[in-house]
Design a protein around this ligand. Structure first.
Ligand code: MG
Length: 281
């Protein structure tokens, strides 16, 4: 039997522990990361996002036979002459094109700590799920003997973990040559032009799939103010839906950098301010 004093003391300890827990929760300042909340929830919870990606990958699948039979068909601006007899290949970006990294983004919101915070740890887990539709598309391509290349701006440190992740999902992955081309590997920069050119030197590249416009064109061409950058979509309107396929990514990308004049501000407050200024009421 506890005395009234003992009951009072244990209640006080309980309240102190609870207060401490609550206050440590409250010390997480995620006001900046919370700006991504709806973008992440849209990608994680909506039927609309999943349907859109299935639609995109189904359309891409439906173009494969035509792309194979038309030997003049190439999707790579880097493709040089005399490619008609080369073996066909498809190049895909990895993040938010094949692998879904929204758990990393969700953690960023909860922790109040954004990329690169937690990114390498997430990548090393090799636990990303596949973007909807991509597996059926790639298995069909594989059945047609098309070589699949993954060209990613993940750092080379994540190469093994990325390979493990892709294979665990049952996606085509050939081990007879380097089909996973990382940033920083063999001196490659984040600009994917040189890696696309390398693939195009040995293969006829019939399709490109990405979530960033730089998965299709050079970084130099894509580095513009938002209005001029949007004109790029029209410039290449003959490519979308036949040779180039874009997966939407409302969470991050060079489109965001464009809002800041392609120079990221020093502080999160400045970024929020620039975002507000970019709105068109
Ligand atoms: Mg990507």
């Amino acid at each position: 039997m506890k005395s009234p004093n003992q009951i009072y003391l244990s209640s006080l300890i309980g309240i102190l522990l609870l207060t401490n827990f609550v206050s440590s929760e409250e010390t997480v300042d995620n006001s900046f990361q919370k700006q991504s909340l709806l973008a992440v929830l849209y990608m994680q919870t909506s039927a609309e996002f999943a349907a859109n990606n299935i639609q995109t990958y189904t359309n891409a699948t439906n173009k494969i036979d035509e792309a194979l039979s038309d030997k003049s068909w190439t999707a790579a601006l880097e493709q040089k002459d005399n490619f008609s007899l080369k073996k066909p290949a498809i190049i895909l970006d990895v993040d938010e094109t094949v692998l879904n990294n929204t758990p990393h983004q969700a953690r960023s919101i909860l922790n109040g700590c954004s990329y690169p915070c937690g990114w390498i740890d997430w990548g090393l887990e090799s636990s990303a799920e596949a973007i909807d539709g991509v597996k059926d598309f790639l298995l069909y391509a594989k059945s047609k003997d098309i070589k699949i290349f993954y060209v990613t701006n993940r750092v080379a440190e994540l190469e093994d973990a990325t390979r493990v992740n892709l294979k665990a999902l049952g996606l085509p992955f050939d081990d007879d040559e380097d089909v996973l081309l990382m940033k920083g590997e063999k001196g490659w920069s984040s600009d994917k032009v040189s890696r696309r050119a390398l693939v195009a030197s040995n293969y006829r590249v019939i399709m490109l799939v990405g979530d960033q416009i730089t998965d299709f064109i050079s970084t130099e061409e894509a580095t513009l103010e938002p209005e001029a950058r949007k004109d790029l979509a029209n410039k290449y309107k003959d490519m979308w839906g036949s040779k180039w396929f874009m997966i939407p990514n409302p969470m991050y990308g060079k489109w965001e950098g464009s809002i800041y004049g392609n120079q990221y501000p020093e502080t999160q407050e400045e970024m929020i301010q620039k975002r507000l200024e970019a709105l068109k009421p």
